[in-house]
Write a protein that binds this ligand. Structure first.
Ligand code: A5P
Length: 224
């Protein structure tokens, strides 16, 4: 399977949704990259649109592709487009494999429309782990214990040199190895209630549309 072709197809399809004058949330990761490249091409061809980046990598990519960037303001965004690690039939999503989940959730939540772009390998019947979370460093061992009481082993992410990985917000990242997430809403509520958890990678009821790219270049359009 040509995963890159599938990601490319989904990114191109999402870029076609951007209308003149839109302010757009720009996601992070290898699928969002194709969206950013395609949007840059449309801007080069005369489309007027601007973006809010969800990570420094995305900021650099957007700058390379002539997408004007701005801060997130109170008026929000017209559209946000981002990749995902898993998507279920109800368009609930797990995100954060790339460690940008907090900014990604802020940007997706600020957008009137949130569109997720994935290749077919991300489509699942039921969500499961690894579920990324962002944690404050203070009291992290206690927070990990409280997280594990929700039904999964949690592991702090490490950088290649063995040091603890930090998000761009300066916090720690961990992944919860849930064998299955039978009630995503109950788990999201439980995680959000834990002091020390900045946010988690469950994006529930946020995506209005999921574009699933296939390696033959076609795109399945799933709408809620
Ligand atoms: C970044 O923190 C993530 O939420 C990514 O959007 C997600 O992991 C999907 O990334 P890929 O498109 O690279 O698989």
């Amino acid at each position: 399977m040509d995963v890159e072709a599938a990601k490319h197809a989904a990114g191109e399809a999402a870029a076609a949704l951007v209308e003149d004058g839109m302010r757009v949330g720009l996601g992070t990761g290898s699928t969002a990259r194709w969206f950013i490249i395609a949007l840059g091409r449309r801007i080069d061809a005369g489309l007027r649109a601007s973006g809010v980046a969800t990570s420094y990598a995305t900021q650099r990519l957007a700058e390379e592709h002539s997408i004007p960037l701005h801060e997130l303001t109170r008026s929000g965004l017209d559209l946000a487009v981002d990749g995902a690690d898993q998507v279920d039939a109800a368009l609930n999503v797990v995100k954060g494999g790339g460690g940008a989940l907090v900014r990604e959730k802020i940007v997706a939540g600020a957008a009137r429309r949130f569109v997720v772009i994935v290749d077919e390998s991300k489509s699942v019947t039921h969500l499961s782990g690894p579920l990324p979370v962002e944690l404050l460093g203070f009291g992290v061992e206690h927070t990990l214990g409280a997280l594990e009481a929700t039904g999964a082993r949690f592991f702090l992410r490490e950088a290649p040199d063995g040091s603890l990985e930090h998000s761009e917000n300066g916090n720690l990242l961990a992944d919860g190895l849930y064998p299955a997430i039978s009630d995503p809403h109950a788990l999201a509520d439980a995680l959000a209630a834990l002091p020390g958890v900045v946010d988690h990678g469950l994006f529930l009821g946020m995506a209005e549309r999921v574009l699933v790219g296939r390696d033959d270049g076609t795109v399945e359009d799933r709408t809620r």
